[in-house]
Design a protein around this ligand. Structure first.
Ligand code: MN
Length: 226
């Protein structure tokens, strides 16, 4: 018999509106998917192919829990994003059928140690320690897909003040094209989450900040930086 030699890690899961838990396998993120944010980061918002990075599944913060301010940064940034939850896997998914692979949607935060990310960019090193740190992915309740939100306001308030405000319709690569592109690089499976990029207005956070992300037709995410 081959028993585990250490305790197996717990299954990460996100609550679903109406009951149940969405078990998480992988967490992917899209970079620079809104033109105004690409410009504020010094990029060119042309329709270059979407690019992807990842966070560990256990970096998610669920259930409105507090988010601890991470170590090794003096410039923690907020990025409010639409998150797609994959319910049916596949590879080489077509744009036309992509939405049939979606279980639901949520509001998420792609928290970023911007100083470490900028150092990595300058040194041509990977982004993992800027993006994939512990508690880097607060996420709200998953709403099962009824109609698919191709448009709608996406906002982030910090301490009651609006910091980010955009519209899902301004995505350079809409959800079906993101799913199709990602599925040509890796096989998607039930339990995968995709953070789909942030509108402009990203900026620094401090301990004690109260964050409220909202996407019309999707829901609300609340967390406090501690
Ligand atoms: Mn992001």
């Amino acid at each position: 018999m081959n028993a585990y030699v250490t305790a197996p890690p717990p299954q990460i899961a996100v609550p679903v509106q109406g009951g149940g838990l969405f078990p998480v396998r992988r967490v992917y993120c899209v970079g620079r998917n809104y033109a105004a944010h690409a410009r504020e980061m010094g990029g060119d918002p042309s329709r270059e192919p979407p690019f992807f990075f990842a966070k560990p599944a256990d970096a998610l913060v669920t259930g409105g829990a507090d988010t601890p301010y991470p170590p090794a940064t003096e410039n923690l940034h907020h990025e409010v994003e639409l998150v797609v939850a994959i319910g049916q896997g596949g590879a080489d998914i077509s744009v036309e059928t992509a939405l049939s692979h979606v279980f639901g949607y949520a509001v998420g935060l792609d928290l970023t140690r911007r100083d470490l990310q900028e150092q990595a960019k300058a040194a041509r090193q990977p982004w993992d320690m800027g993006k994939g740190f512990d508690a880097s992915g607060p996420i709200g309740t998953i709403i099962p897909a009824g109609d698919h939100p191709a448009a709608g306001r996406i906002t982030l308030q910090v301490n009651g003040q609006t910091r980010q405000s955009g519209d899902l319709a301004d995505m350079i690569w809409p959800v079906p094209e993101i799913i199709a592109a990602l599925s040509r690089l890796v096989r998607l499976a039930p339990g995968d989450l995709i953070f789909t990029g942030t509108p402009d207005g990203v900026g620094p956070l401090a301990r004690g900040d109260v964050l409220r992300g909202e996407i019309a037709g999707v829901g609300v995410l609340e967390t406090r930086i501690t």
